[in-house]
Design a protein around this ligand. Structure first.
Ligand SMILES: Nc1nc2c(c(=O)[nH]1)N[C@H]1C(S)=C(S)[C@@H](COP(=O)(O)OP(=O)(O)OC[C@H]3O[C@@H](n4cnc5c(=O)[nH]c(N)nc54)[C@H](O)[C@@H]3O)O[C@H]1N2
Ligand SMILES: Nc1nc2c(c(=O)[nH]1)N[C@H]1C(S)=C(S)[C@@H](COP(=O)(O)OP(=O)(O)OC[C@H]3O[C@@H](n4cnc5c(=O)[nH]c(N)nc54)[C@H](O)[C@@H]3O)O[C@H]1N2
Ligand code: SF4
Ligand SMILES: [Mo]
Length: 686
């Protein structure tokens, strides 16, 4: 980077598979430019549009800079500035009070991936809440179903290295908007395509990725399990499976053969909306164009059959032996390869020292509305929110709001901005951004581990999550030395792992090199986790299981509950907005406009008298949400899309799309079902 000042290294902490390495120009203590690190093998010199402009967020006039306490009614968002001393006193008094009166399980931490940093995401906070004896949060809101499905199938959640996609000849984006949500994979795909690879997308929405694909298969939402079974059917029927690989490295293949026998292309066409001849050709091309890689993302697991669908899809590269090829296999997530010493970071043993003297109950974050309004024994009386904006991102928003509005609930929110959730805080605390604190970063879309030191001083009185929980621990009277540890000590503890993937990766090396590839394979050699077995079973064989692979259409789908779909005939998908990050950039006007759109197929708009840019009301029994119609043919008819998610408080009715989504959970894994959601649309103004 040329220009004045000094260039420092950082890492993008947003919840994105790419986990970019960033170069920050700092002049007189102020950052003036962010750029993608050209030396990082995945970042390759560019950042996405949202983070190129991240400094606008860092220096935004609305940034929270001081602790505040509520003066208006809950939800009004009226606060006055107080000192850190007063804020910490109020928080500790209330936590002590709730724990004494109802037991510490009446306290609930609520956090997700506002930062992907390990220390600020799951470090001092975990120690603090364990020691307190607070209820434990099952962090399911994003990937729980896919994680469970992939683990059942393969045992380990490893995937194809993104760099190897350049060697593929056939690439399938399955429920994956690569250009929007994983942009650093795209150049590898383009390289493969220049060398003749085919690139197809399977998605109910023709997003930017689908538009650039050689073929787009518009699938009925939530029906991917049926498609996977249909592909298996054709593969077995036409003898396209890799018998040698199956013989050596798997068991139970007959159970898949039996289960898929009844999923003929004709039957699957009716269930998925993909014509039978396309199912046939897709199966043939997938099995025969080699190497063939599947980029599966989390889109399709946000559905009632999501976990089983992921399990079935993960069997496909096993059946065809595609894991043997460099540039074959499947990528959902790489995160499990970072085998840290998590116990040393999170210290679950502190639970024994809590007043409970045992592990506390576990509550599922995807059911927050219910947790705050229905759970008893004990009910939740204190909620501590950080790294998340649940009022905007959790399903069944009206129930969540009802919970947050409870006068007898004490709520702390530790945030960078005054989000929808922050408006309901009793105490609102200012948090640092990733440029202002030190942390260690794994990635879930590649295999490089990265260290980032703070490159800027915290603005105002903002503090990192680590520091806030350190201070709170002291105030609560927790004596254990772990609450005094520095960031460096915590990182060293995390790296003290026996696993060979982390061998030789030390604090010193990370400081020197900034990013380090895990020890997966010798330098220059591809990581091929399942090329010759290596699955997570005792004998390393993949245990193929047909049992449970039965496709039943989701309740909230076009073939679901009859009574429901007669009133709410449209299937709503609130997939990610290309230019935002969940609700994180909700303060931006351009983001607000994009996420206030309602994409509707021309064939569904016409009978409703809806024209381009009309104000429409989208509703079901759970709630309503308003937006501007965007007429398109980039969806299958019967599906509408609202890009997720805007700040509800920026809409005149204070609601976003999650006023509509259901808190029904996935088939297993306990994940949310955001993308199985039946609604109706009506025009309500120009
Ligand atoms: N720009 C941007 N990037 C992001 C995020 C963001 O908000 N914005 N969020 C980050 C986070 S938290 C995550 S988890 C990842 C998620 O990354 P992705 O999983 O890629 O994102 P989604 O938009 O959830 O879903 C991907 C695609 O799945 C499709 N889909 C929905 N239902 C179905 C279905 O039933 N079957 C099939 N086949 N496809 C379906 C959607 O239409 C969408 O195009 O992205 C991360 N990156
Ligand atoms: N309808 C619908 N709903 C969805 C989804 C969808 O696709 N559709 N996607 C779901 C998915 S996949 C996910 S992952 C969740 C995401 O849900 P969340 O994890 O809640 O993500 P964000 O909305 O980005 O909110 C993160 C918040 O953390 C704050 N933050 C960032 N860094 C720090 C920090 O260091 N300290 C503190 N204290 N705060 C920080 C940010 O300011 C931001 O307000 O949303 C889910 N909700
Ligand atoms: S959001 Fe993703 S693509 Fe954008 S800079 Fe961060 S890690 Fe890179
Ligand atoms: Mo997510």
């Amino acid at each position: 980077m040329t220009g004045g000042g000094e260039v420092r290294h950082s890492v993008c902490a947003l919840d994105c598979p790419d986990c970019c390495s960033i170069l920050v120009r700092v002049e007189n203590g102020r950052a003036t430019k962010l750029r993608g690190n050209p030396l990082h093998p995945i970042t390759r010199g560019f950042l996405c549009a949202k983070v190129t402009r991240y400094l606008e967020r860092v220096y935004h006039p609305d940034r929270l800079l001081y602790p505040q306490k509520r003066v208006g009614a809950k939800g009004q968002g009226r606060f006055v500035r107080i000192s850190w001393d007063e804020a910490l006193d109020i928080v500790t008094e209330n936590l002590h009070r709730v724990a004494a009166q109802y037991g510490p399980e009446a306290i609930l931490p609520y956090s997700y991936a506002g930062t992907m940093g390990l220390l600020n995401g799951a470090g001092m906070d975990r120690r603090f809440f364990h020691r307190l004896g607070a209820s434990r949060l099952d962090r399911t809101i994003c990937a729980a179903a896919g994680t469970a499905g992939l683990t059942q199938a393969l045992g380990f959640r490893y995937g194809t290295e993104p760099e190897q996609f350049r060697h593929s000849k056939f690439i399938l984006a399955w429920g994956a908007n690569i250009l929007g949500t994983n942009p650093h994979l795209w150049p590898f795909i383009q390289e493969a395509r220049r060398n003749g690879a085919k690139f197809y997308a399977i998605d109910p929405v023709k997003n930017r990725t689908g538009e650039l694909a050689d073929r787009w298969f518009g699938i009925y939402p939530g029906s991917d399990l049926a498609l996977a079974l249909g592909l298996m059917h054709v593969i077995f029927r036409d003898g396209l499976e890799d018998r040698d690989y199956l013989e050596r490295h798997t068991k139970g293949v007959h159970t898949l053969r039996d289960k898929s026998a009844s999923y003929t292309p004709q039957r699957v066409a009716a269930l998925t909306g993909i014509p039978a001849e396309d199912i046939e050709s897709l199966a043939h091309e997938y099995a025969q164009c080699r190497p063939a890689a599947i980029r599966l993302n989390y889109g399709l697991q946000r559905s009632e059959r999501g976990a089983t669908a992921v399990r079935a899809i993960a069997y496909l590269p096993v059946l065809t032996g595609s894991w043997k090829d460099v540039g074959g296999g499947l990528l959902l997530s790489t995160s499990q390869a970072f085998h840290f010493n998590r116990t040393a970071l999170e210290m679950p043993e502190l639970q024994q020292k809590s007043p409970l003297g045992r592990a506390a109950r576990i509550l599922n974050m995807s059911e927050l509305g219910r947790l705050l309004t229905e759970v008893s024994d004990p009910p939740v009386y204190a909620l501590f929110v950080y790294n998340s904006n649940p009022l905007a991102v959790a399903p069944h928003q009206n129930k969540v709001r009802q919970g947050l509005a409870r006068e007898d609930l004490f709520t702390v929110v530790l945030e960078q901005f005054q989000t929808d959730t922050a408006d309901y805080a009793d105490i609102l605390l200012p948090a640092t951004t990733f440029l202002e604190h030190t942390d260690l970063y794994l990635a879930y879309g590649h295999y490089y581990l990265q260290l980032a030191r703070a490159v800027l001083d915290p603005p105002g009185e903002a503090k990192s999550n680590v520091e806030v929980f350190r201070l709170l621990a002291r105030r609560m009277g927790f004596q254990e030395p772990c609450f005094e540890e520095s960031e460096e000590q915590m990182i060293r503890a995390l790296l003290a792992s026996e696993h060979p993937f982390l061998a030789g990766i030390t604090w010193e090396r990370l400081e020197r090199e900034s990013f380090v590839r895990l020890n997966l394979a010798p330098p220059g050699q591809a990581f091929q986790p399942f090329a010759s077995g290596g699955y997570g079973s005792p004998d390393g064989r993949c245990e193929l299981q047909g049992e449970g692979l039965d496709y039943v259409p989701p309740v909230e789908s076009r073939f679901g509950d009859e009574q429901l779909r007669s009133r709410y005939p449209l299937e709503l998908i609130s997939s990610k907005n290309d230019n935002s990050m969940n609700s994180t950039f909700g303060h931006r006007d351009s983001v607000d406009q994009e996420t206030a759109q309602v994409w509707i197929h021309v064939a569904d708009a016409a009978p409703r008298g809806v024209q381009e840019a009309d104000l429409v009301r989208v509703f079901n029994d759970r709630g309503e949400c308003f937006g501007r119609a965007r007429l398109t043919e980039n969806l299958i008819p019967g599906v509408i899309r609202i890009p997720s998610v805007r700040w509800g408080k920026r809409s005149p009715q204070q609601q976003n799309v999650n006023a509509l989504t259901s808190d029904r959970l996935t088939d297993f894994g306990g994940g949310p079902t955001f993308y199985n959601c039946l609604v109706q649309v009506e025009r309500c103004g120009d």
